[in-house]
Design a protein around this ligand. Structure first.
Ligand SMILES: Cc1cc2nc3c(=O)[nH]c(=O)nc-3n(C[C@H](O)[C@H](O)[C@H](O)COP(=O)(O)OP(=O)(O)OC[C@H]3O[C@@H](n4cnc5c(N)ncnc54)[C@H](O)[C@@H]3O)c2cc1C
Length: 499
């Protein structure tokens, strides 16, 4: 039986990101992916929000995505656009890029990091004991890992086999989404009626002057709300044809589908993100309607929260209890995503009263403060982990400042490329003895001239020093001579090593 420190079930965006994070920390990790290759039938997610672009920038790979996608204002709430172009981030925009490209680029990075991906094999079950997990595979073989992470999507086998509950809300509406060819020219664009929202568009598009302009060639992407909530079985061409006829009176001679899928407004979240040596991340831990484009983004950020923690536990620099902070920090983030998707789906109902409510919300969102707060939420820039009272930076994302160091100019995010924590000292050097953590934490003396500004919060007091976790969140803020720093270093990066 082959052994790895970590086995990841599922090589979608979450599993790939997690594998990269673990590999950067030197962990022996392998992915088991059911699909025969990274090829993805269907376009699924349409892009990345600002915080995800930042997270990729922290690893030095954002440019790979930016080079292939379209930077555009994508944040919106229930159809009201939320412009973030004046936000204090290097990436005050989202990125239009289909999921198949996102996965291809992530898989390329994972490949460079030499993570084995076993394609065409399914995880069929597992058994955990005190020292590890035996993972059963569909080819009759098995793998043993110290830990197993289920990144195996909304119908997660790992979640079900672990017996982790998945409470939430059953669907009230469903839509079919497909990539097809049509014999006749359809009514392009969005159509709204009593059933809901429907659309025809080309898959290929360009952004011109901030507007999506579809090409007049290539496959057609159709979305149609169904009359009744559809079954959980795979939808067929016949289902699609019937749904089209119910809305447009014709199916426009629909044929040659390359992908037909059904999505609903079901919203469910794993009651626990960890059961012993088994963890969940991404869609395996939370599912919801695609409105607002938050699923892939939340999964990738789950992976970045979990990766360094799991690496430290596997490498025995931190106790297993560090893994509990993964659930504590990420469960509330997805719970909020579920709540905002439930609200948006409700606001998208097409009756006159709901339309009046949607217009009212839209009017409120035109006011500065609500606009800024919702824009920060939808772009993921306002995420705040509860790390206690103190400076506003505590538990929030570290801004990508342009620093001045003895070796010249340096961006904060460059310091995070190899996913190691950083103590950034912005006052007189030499105030704190870092030697007991020097094997794990980089100490950087630097100067920053400028205002410290956070999305939605505005300007904050310049700190003397900040302890930055590998995921880019601030674990401690203060003066390096304060006692609290040693505690924070121990909490997050393990006890001091003996001299
Ligand atoms: C129509 C639509 C539009 C969307 N738009 C957006 C958007 O704009 N923005 C956004 O952020 N999100 C969007 N999403 C959501 C997004 O697609 C998902 O949230 C995202 O794919 C989740 O990634 P994941 O890696 O957690 O899970 P998945 O992408 O589902 O990946 C799970 C992987 O595990 C594999 N697998 C499953 N079971 C097993 C097993 N037993 N053994 C081995 N492998 C297994 C699967 O083959 C798959 O590759 C959209 C979704 C849909 C359907």
């Amino acid at each position: 039986m082959t052994e790895h420190a970590v086995v990841i079930a599922g090589g979608g965006p979450t599993g790939l990101m997690l594998a990269g994070e673990l590999a950067l920390a030197g962990v022996d990790v392998a992915i088991v992916e059911r699909r025969a290759s990274q090829e993805l039938a269907g376009s699924r997610a349409g892009g990345l929000h600002s915080r995800t672009i930042e997270v990729l920038d922290q690893r030095g790979i954002a440019d790979r995505f930016l080079a292939e996608g379209q930077a555009v204002q994508v944040a919106a709430f229930a159809g009201t656009p939320l412009d973030i172009s004046d936000f204090p981030t290097r990436h005050p925009y989202g990125l239009g890029l289909w999921q198949n490209h996102i996965e291809r680029i992530l898989a390329g990075w994972v490949h460079e990091l030499r993570v084995p991906i076993h394609y065409g094999i399914e995880v069929t079950g597992f058994a955990q004991d005190d020292t590890g997990v035996d993972v059963e595979l569909s080819d009759g073989q098995s793998l043993r890992g110290d830990y197993l992470v289920g990144c195996d999507g909304g119908r997660s086998l790992v979640r079900r086999a672990a017996g982790i509950e998945f409470p939430g809300w059953a669907p009230t509406t469903s839509s079919l989404i497909a990539e097809v060819e049509l014999a006749e020219e359809p009514e392009w664009g969005i159509r709204r009626d009593a059933l809901g929202i429907h659309s025809f568009g080309r898959l290929e598009y360009e952004i011109r002057d901030g507007e999506v302009v579809y090409m007049d060639w290539g496959p057609i992407r159709v979305m149609v709300t169904e009359q009744h909530v559809g079954p959980t079985t795979e939808p067929t061409l016949r289902d699609l044809s019937e749904a089209l006829i119910a809305v447009w009176g014709t199916d426009y001679g629909v044929h040659s589908p390359t992908w037909i899928s059904r999505f609903t407004d079901m919203a469910r979240q794993a009651a626990a993100y960890r059961d012993g040596r088994v963890l969940l991340a991404g869609d395996a831990a939370h599912v919801h309607n695609p409105v607002g484009g938050q699923g892939l983004n939340t999964g990738v950020q789950d992976a970045v929260n979990l990766g360094w923690k799991l690496a430290q536990v596997v490498n025995q620099t931190s106790p297993e209890s560090l893994l509990d902070t993964y659930h504590d920090e990420r469960h509330p983030v997805a719970a909020r995503v579920l709540r905002n998707t439930l609200a948006q789906v409700a606001l998208f109902r097409q009756d006159d009263r709901t339309k009046a409510l949607r217009d009212t919300i839209s009017e409120l969102l035109s006011m500065d403060e609500p606009h800024t707060r919702f824009a920060a939420m939808m772009s993921g820039l306002d995420i705040h982990y509860e790390l206690g009272e103190g400076h506003p930076l505590l538990g929030r994302r570290m801004p990508d400042l342009d620093l001045i160091t003895a070796n010249g100019p340096l961006r904060v995010f460059t310091l995070l490329h190899d996913a190691r924590p950083v103590l950034l000292n912005l006052v007189e050097p030499g105030g704190f003895d870092m030697a007991p953590w020097a094997d794990r934490v980089q100490l950087v003396d630097a100067e920053f001239v400028g205002t410290w500004e956070l999305p939605a919060l505005g300007a904050v007091t310049a700190p003397a020093a900040v302890l930055i976790r590998p995921d880019g969140y601030v674990a401690w803020v203060g003066d390096p001579t304060e006692l609290g720093l040693a505690d924070a270093l121990t909490t997050w990066f393990g006890p001091p090593s003996a001299a």
